[in-house]
Ligand binder design. Structure first.
Ligand SMILES: NC(=O)c1ccc[n+]([C@@H]2O[C@H](COP(=O)([O-])OP(=O)(O)OC[C@H]3O[C@@H](n4cnc5c(N)ncnc54)[C@H](OP(=O)(O)O)[C@@H]3O)[C@@H](O)[C@H]2O)c1
Length: 257
């Protein structure tokens, strides 16, 4: 499979590159053709492009960990170049997600706010718990990430919140409360509350709690190594290359959960 990495100089992009440039038998079927960054570096191995057209030429699939603007441009171009795309970029607006969904009608695209098996399994568990526990159980989500993370709450926290809303048959966006302050911050029934912490080098920690009157159920996930995301993206790539276009795929599709 001829693949390219968009955001090759980023934290996740660098790990993907390390997994693919060495003689790693586990990933022998991947042929890393090039990377995409804002600054080109033709002396680097593999060649890093700053022009999307030359980057996409000859690729079967692109893996993207960058920023929303770039992710959306890439999705539009993959559709015209007939290249499949796995994107883990977070912080996309609803309108930007719509662009991905449109492009996914033409070429296979998988987007996931988190590529880890553990988090995707946690989403399924949160949905199940939410469907069993009534609205007397208050859902609160906390997430912690490193000081350089731009978007908040994290894409993973939003995935978990949407899973809780789905389990309860709620409209997530009508129930989500992003932080509380002031004297009129009393919790309303049915709210899905988010709290965000940023600091140090934390790769990603998420907790979803269901607070009842007499008990608290909490589900937690801590990412301990960024390789988790790169390995998940390669797992998704193997799955996606076998799929047809039609709708935007998620990691839950690839993991069959
Ligand atoms: N889904 C998951 O499992 C998962 C896991 C971890 C992170 N993420 C998300 O993945 C994204 C990247 O994370 P990261 O930690 O690797 O971030 P990062 O270290 O900041 O890397 C982002 C890279 O994107 C490139 N970039 C930004 N804007 C660009 C543009 N307009 N055109 C081309 N390249 C552009 C930058 O490259 P240059 O500056 O060299 O151009 C930078 O190296 C974030 O949205 C993060 O939240 C997702």
């Amino acid at each position: 499979m001829n693949i390219g990495i968009s955001g090759i100089n980023g934290r996740v992009g660098q790990i993907l590159k390390q997994l693919l440039v060495g003689n790693n038998a586990e990933y022998a079927e991947f042929n890393l053709m090039g990377g995409f960054a804002r600054v080109s570096d033709i002396d680097s191995q593999p060649i890093t492009h700053n022009d999307l057209g030359s980057f996409l030429d000859g690729l079967d699939l692109v893996i993207d960990f960058s920023l929303p603007e770039n992710c959306v441009n890439l999705a539009e171009r993959t559709a015209t170049h007939n290249v499949a795309m796995v994107s883990g970029t977070t912080g996309l607006s609803d309108a930007q997600m719509d662009v991905l969904a449109q492009a996914a009608k033409v070429t296979p695209i998988l987007h996931a706010g988190n590529m880890s098996l553990g988090v995707n399994l946690m989403c399924a568990l949160v949905e199940q718990a939410a469907s069993r526990l009534n609205l007397n159980y208050d859902v609160e989500i906390t997430e912690t990430h490193h000081r350089l993370k731009r978007d908040a709450p994290s894409g993973t926290a939003l995935m978990l919140g949407r899973a809780a809303a789905k389990g309860r048959g709620q409209n997530h966006d009508q129930q989500a409360v992003y932080g509380r302050e002031g004297s009129a911050a009393l919790r309303q029934s049915g709210e899905i509350g988010y709290a965000v912490r940023r600091g140090g080098g934390v790769i990603g920690a998420h907790d979803v709690s269901f607070f009842g009157d007499s008990e608290v159920l909490s589900l937690s996930h801590h990412a301990e190594n960024r390789a988790l995301f790169a390995e998940g993206a390669l797992f998704a790539a193997r799955w996606l290359i076998q799929q047809k276009s039609g709708r935007l795929y998620s990691m839950a599709d690839a993991l069959n959960i």
